[in-house]
Write a protein that binds this ligand. Structure first.
Ligand code: COA
Length: 161
């Protein structure tokens, strides 16, 4: 777990924090959002790939990834959000950086991480590009008519022993 001087720490989620993540999700995204049962299943399946930022017992941000079954060297960043009242203070950057830094230890087989983003979501796109993501594709009706998404991909370097 990475501990910041401001009292914010980053690390894998605990089961009793799932409800707080589901509440954060509703405040950070317009509908449709992931329901709490998705978070529970992600916790059961990939607990090491589901991280939060916490401060004084409060969940301020989360990210959740899912591994690809066939292409085990690829990981999908399925969701990532910072609580609205905590945005713009470096938390998103801190959480993503801490997770990507740890990823070669958590999942040494992973060489690539990908995600999709709304082309108008400039804060998210800038943050991803700062962390090595490049636009690798685009789909006009990703979640149905009108849901245009960019696909972004980052390469993950192997950890030297
Ligand atoms: C996108 C999001 C995760 C960024 O987290 P954050 O904690 O607000 O961002 P940070 O304060 O760590 O800033 C990191 C970088 O993001 C970019 N950024 C953040 N806010 C920005 C804004 N209002 N405008 C432009 N760029 C911005 C900048 O590149 C910034 O780096 P810099 O400070 O060195 O310039 C957060 O705003 C969020 O949860 N948004 C709603 C949910 C969402 O869109 N999730 C991503 C789905 S793909």
């Amino acid at each position: 777990m990475t501990q910041l001087s401001a009292g914010v720490s980053f690390g894998p989620i605990a089961k009793d924090e799932l409800a707080a993540v589901a509440e954060l999700e509703v405040t950070a995204f317009p509908p449709p959002v992931y329901p709490v049962f998705f978070f529970r299943q992600a916790f059961d399946l990939w607990p090491d790939l589901f991280w939060v930022a916490r401060q004084d017992g409060q969940i301020l941000a989360y990210l959740v990834c899912g591994p690809e079954f066939i292409a085990s060297s690829r990981l999908s960043l399925m969701s990532f959000a910072v609580a609205p009242q905590a945005q713009g203070q470096g938390l998103g950057k801190g959480l993503l950086h801490a997770f990507l830094h740890r990823l070669p230890i958590i999942a040494p087989q992973v060489r690539q991480i990908w995600l999709t983003a709304d082309p108008d979501n400039l804060p998210a796109l800038r943050l991803y590009q700062q962390h090595g993501f490049v636009i690798s594709g685009e789909e006009s009706d990703y979640y149905g008519a009108g849901y245009r998404r960019l696909v972004l991909t980052a390469e993950i370097a192997a950890k030297n022993c």
